[in-house]
Each structure stands twice: as C-alpha cells, then as structure tokens.
Ligand binder design. Structure first.
Ligand code: PMV
Length: 329
C-alpha cells in the first residue's frame, strides 16, 4: 500500500530575523520574528509512504541524497510517523524552481512543503497553526513558509505554543525582493549550527530585549505601507543580527566585501531619494527590497554592480498548499 501527497511552498525573507534557540528540544526561538513569503520561488515535494520500502529515501532536484541532509529529513519524518502512529518508510522527491547552487536558503520552503505533504499523506488533518508549529522542527524559518503574505512567528512563553500566522495578504503591498547573488558556494557554517553560539555574544541579550520594539515598528510600517520606516528598521535588524554573529565565540562572518560594498551603495541610492533597503540572512547574498514600481531601476543598477553574479526577482506570495503530483514548480 502507498499513501502519497504532494505540496508546494515558497521561501520567505525575514524583515525581523530570528537568531538563537531558547529551548532546543521544543525548538523555541530566542525571539519572535516577521517575514514576507516570496514567490515565484518554490519547492514542490512529493511524499510516498510505501510498505515496499526498506528505508527512507530522498531525491533532491533529481539526485539521490545520503549523509546529513537525509538524516535531518529522517528525524523530521520520524516525528510525523510518531504523530500518525504508523511505521512505514517514505520516499521523498523534492524539486526547487530556483537553483540551490545560487546560495539561497531552501530549508524554509523545503520543510514547509514536507510538513504539509507528509502529514497529508499520513491522513493527519492539521490546521495552519498546527502545521506551522510542526514545520519549525525541520527548520525554524519553515514555520513562516506555511502562511502566505506578511507573516509573524510568535511564541507564547506561558503555553510554549510557537507558530506563524499571516497578518496581511500577499497583495496588501506590492514589494519586490531583488536578490543580488554575491556567492553561490555553500556556507561554511549552517544557520542551525551558527545560532547555537548566539548567546556567546554579549550583544545578543540587547538584541533580544529590543526585538518587541522593532517588531512593532516593522508590522506598523507594513500595515501603513510606509516604506521609509520599513527601510530603517529592516536594515537595523539585519545589522544587529550580523553584529551578534561577528561577536560570537567563535566569530561568524557571513558578509563578503562585495556584500558590504553593495550595502554602502544602497545607502547612497537612498540619499538620491530611491526607495530601497537591504537585509542579509546567514550568507553573503543581499536581499534588496523596494516597491515594485522601482524594481526595474534597482535591478538595472544591481546587474551593473561589481561582484553581483545574478539578480533573482521575488514578490509576496501565498501559503503552502497541496498540489497535483505532476504540476510544475
Ligand atoms: O530556518 P533556520 O532555523 O535555518 O534559521 C534561519 C535564520 C535566518 O535565516 C538567518 C533568519 C531568519 O529569521 O530567517
């Protein structure tokens, strides 16, 4: 007997980042965060629980995968099997419509799609908050790829429930994420590893203490479609996270010289009056955020910028959803 389902999920870019784990077993983040789900970038994942299998298998963009990526996925599938009370191996086939080799994080869309397809194949009917809550055990940011549009991920310290929900739909604000690819090589230290050291930075406590203020300003700026306020808080939040990374023990430097040169150029473009801002995750690529009406001008400048290898355009997108087996990503 085979039980199968296919799901599609988009990645997300955090405007207020999470960095640090408060409770490793419950995978509770050190701070609440806020993001925009972005498409057309997407992961499509098919999960087949098959009694004829003798072990789990992962096929990623056409290649069979072994080693740590398979072990991590098996740990997540074990959680689903336990929840469903079923002991059957799974074949997981996952495809991205954006190059993994572009150095863009794919774990958010990957684990959101896996959570939805896996639970649905097992006949578990979870609500959106339940799915988001579950997805965070695969990758923290995956919890924010279950809902669409503008999303906040909150943890209740009393009940310890921790899930993301949408506070504005994708069409609320026509923003563009122009992702400037600076390097395509895989990062030396994954975010999961890197953030284990977050509390070794003396700056982390101050970053956490100030997070409610930044979240409030960011959410209000989005609701008011106030780009100038958004730009200021998004940059400050990204720089704060990188300051923590650089001052952890051992220190982590994700920025490349070209990332810094681009951030400086963006400040100069702002001084010219262009509505534009930047944010960087655990890597050197620069997410250049602007209103869609200014995107052509910004992309033209980015393509000419020394050290920018490619520019990928992304827009606010919808939630994770079940899809047909043979649909295109
Ligand atoms: O999804 P994780 O647990 O690998 O962490 C990702 C963390 C950042 O991308 C650096 C920040 C964020 O909030 O997305």
């Amino acid at each position: 007997m085979t039980m199968r389902a296919t799901a599609l999920a988009h990645p997300n870019i955090a405007f207020i980042k999470y960095w640090g784990i408060h409770d490793i077993d419950l995978r509770l983040p050190a701070n609440d965060s806020l993001s925009m789900t972005i498409g057309p970038l997407a992961t499509r994942t098919r999960v087949e629980f098959d009694q004829g299998l003798f072990q789990d298998a992962l096929i990623l963009n056409g290649d069979p995968i072994s080693g740590p990526a398979l072990t991590r996925m098996q740990g997540f599938i074990d959680r689903l099997r336990q929840q469903a009370g079923k002991a059957i191996y799974a074949r997981v086939t996952s495809d991205n419509n954006f190059p993994i080799s572009a150095g863009l994080a794919s774990s958010a869309s990957a684990y959101a799609a896996l959570a939805l397809a896996g639970t649905s194949a097992l006949g578990l009917k979870l609500s959106e908050p339940e799915l988001s809550s579950l997805a965070r055990f695969g990758s923290g940011s995956a919890s924010r790829s279950i809902p669409g549009g503008f999303v906040s991920w909150q943890t209740d310290p009393q009940t310890q429930s921790s899930f993301a929900k949408s506070f504005a739909s994708p069409d609320h604000w026509r923003l563009c994420d122009c992702i400037a690819i600076i390097s395509t090589s895989h990062k030396a230290v994954s975010s999961q590893e890197g953030m284990k050291k977050a509390s070794s930075s003396p700056l982390q406590a101050a970053r956490i203490a100030d997070t409610p203020r930044r979240l409030r300003i960011c959410k209000q700026a989005i609701l008011n479609r106030d780009f100038a306020t958004l730009a200021q808080v998004v940059e400050q939040d990204s720089n704060l996270m990188h300051a923590v990374m650089m001052t952890s023990d051992p220190p982590l430097f994700y920025w490349h010289p070209q990332s810094i040169a681009l951030m400086q150029a963006i400040s100069a473009w702002q001084a010219e009056g262009l509505p534009v801002t930047y944010t960087l995750d655990a890597g050197p690529n620069v997410h250049v955020i602007c209103p869609q009406v200014s995107a052509d001008k910004i992309i033209h400048r980015l393509r000419q910028f020394p050290g920018v290898l490619d520019v990928i355009q992304a827009f606010p997108a919808g939630p994770a959803r079940l899809t047909q087996d043979d649909s295109q990503v």
